[in-house]
Design a protein. Structure first.
Length: 69
């Protein structure tokens, strides 16, 4: 039996949607993409990958803040 991870499926959908030309997108299409990306974020947040991304972004923002001083 083959199982598909929902997060991986959403990543594939987001990549395919973002490859389209900007001029061809409607407002509904953009809202749908945002909803899919938010769902992906909710799925990734509690995982070790999500925590790693959060830690990396925290270090990056603190580095930028210290560099601007």
């Amino acid at each position: 039996m083959v199982t598909i991870n929902v997060a991986v499926l959403l990543i594939v959908i987001v990549v395919l949607r973002l490859r389209r030309r900007t001029e061809a997108r409607s407002r509904f299409d953009e809202k749908t993409t945002v909803a899919i990306v938010l769902a992906l974020g909710v799925l990734l947040a509690p995982t070790p990958v999500g925590q790693g991304i959060l830690t990396l972004l925290g270090r990056l923002t603190s580095g930028v803040t210290q560099a601007s001083r």
